[in-house]
Design a binder for this molecule. Structure first.
Ligand SMILES: Nc1ncnc2c1ncn2[C@@H]1O[C@H](COP(=O)(O)OP(=O)(O)OP(=O)(O)O)[C@@H](O)[C@H]1O
Ligand code: SF4
Ligand SMILES: [Mg+2]
Length: 351
């Protein structure tokens, strides 16, 4: 088995054959007092039509920045994308004028946030808010937009949808509000939905219902879902494929079953070891010894080496022998791993 190594953009090809969202070699920098600071480094992944891809990693690994970059929602003055590409159905979003992006957002690609109140306006009835999104993107009469709002509220399981459309956001429970958010995101039947920790604030039963709902909507409408989470249990439950992030890089990608049975990056394996109770939905990430490095003080070579049980001097030296980055290795079965020792190590997964 030989690994093809692509120092720059490796890994984007690991999606399905018909990718609807392709993120390639994405770098993001934020402005700080001491200049531009790199936060994402060569992030690449692809999402196929109807596919649910989980982005998983510890806090600060770059999951939200990746999502925001894909939606063109990074703060315009304090961030920049020095290189890389985000293509939605073949259309490049990086560098697209704001107006044009706003037209695409909500229509072809939409986002579900952790806290619904960040996207719902407390001053307006939920039906009006959804109808407004429909009208903005699809035109038509107010009446038909409202009919669509009621239809989509009913699809996400809001009882008496026609009546509840006239309620304000605060009149819904947390789980129901999250359903309203999903309804709003689905209203124009986007090609891609990015959900950033959409269920973290919910109790376990409601969380399970909301996750099932998202999965069903994706299957019924062929919507691709990017699901951002800390929770390996959720990834196992609802995702087809997983993208594991560490310190601003994608370190492993694989079909979910393959990832859990045989991780090919020590960070993924460490996440699983830290969580032996990986059964069902209770598996939030426990801690791995050591700390995630902060942007601006990344270790040389493999960024995981200070915490890796398998680290050798060559890992600190990186691919170029001088502390440069470790490139992505493409493996059999469309998998990728950013580990120099991927072919020497046999890592333990879960049953
Ligand atoms: N607006 C910003 N300005 C400067 N740095 C930022 C900004 N937003 C995020 N970062 C930094 O980028 C890195 C990645 O952050 P990000 O929010 O993407 O992490 P995350 O994986 O979503 O974490 P969590 O699981 O806690 O949500 C962090 O080091 C964070 O401090
Ligand atoms: S490259 Fe070395 S330090 Fe990095 S994950 Fe692989 S074995 Fe560990
Ligand atoms: Mg986040």
């Amino acid at each position: 088995m030989t690994a093809a190594t692509h120092p720059a953009a490796g890994g984007a090809a690991a999606g399905k054959t018909d990718p609807v969202l392709v993120v390639e070699d994405l770098e993001v920098e934020f402005a700080t007092d001491s200049g531009w600071l790199g936060v994402l480094d060569g992030v690449s992944f692809a999402v196929g039509r109807g596919e649910t891809v989980g982005i998983v990693g510890e806090s600060g690994s770059g999951k939200t920045v990746t999502s925001l970059a894909a939606l063109g929602l990074l703060p315009p003055h304090s961030s920049r994308i020095p290189r890389g590409s985000v293509r939605l159905d073949g259309v490049e979003l990086v560098g697209m004028p704001r107006r044009k992006l706003e037209a695409i957002r909500g229509d072809d690609i939409s986002m579900i946030f952790q806290e619904p109140m960040t996207s719902l306006n407390p001053a307006f009835k939920v039906g009006d808010q959804i109808a407004e999104v429909v009208r903005r993107h699809r035109g038509g009469s107010w009446r038909s937009a409202m009919a669509r709002a009621v239809e989509v509220l009913s699809e996400v399981g809001i009882p008496n949808a026609a009546q509840r459309a006239r309620s304000f956001p605060h009149e819904f429970s947390g789980g129901m509000r999250q359903r309203v958010m999903i309804a709003m995101a689905m209203a124009c039947q986007p090609k891609v939905i990015i959900a950033d920790e959409p269920t973290t604030a919910l109790d376990v039963t409601i969380q399970a219902q909301v996750l099932d709902l998202m999965r069903r909507m994706s299957e019924e409408h062929g919507t691709a879902v990017v699901f951002v989470t800390h929770d390996l249990g959720v990834v196992a439950d609802i995702c087809d494929r997983a993208v594991v992030m560490y310190a601003g890089q994608v370190v492993e990608q694989a079909e979910v079953d393959d990832l859990y049975h045989r991780p090919r990056h020590p960070y993924t394996a460490a996440l699983m070891t830290a969580m032996p109770q990986l059964t069902g939905r209770s598996g939030r990430l426990a801690t791995i010894p050591g700390r995630t490095p902060a942007p601006g003080s990344m270790p040389p070579g493999c960024r995981f080496h200070p915490r890796c049980a398998h680290a050798l001097d060559t890992c600190r030296a990186g691919d170029d022998g001088a502390g440069g980055r470790v490139a992505i290795r493409e493996l059999d079965g469309g998998r990728t791993s950013r580990c120099l020792r991927v072919h020497e190590l046999t890592l333990e997964g879960t049953e």
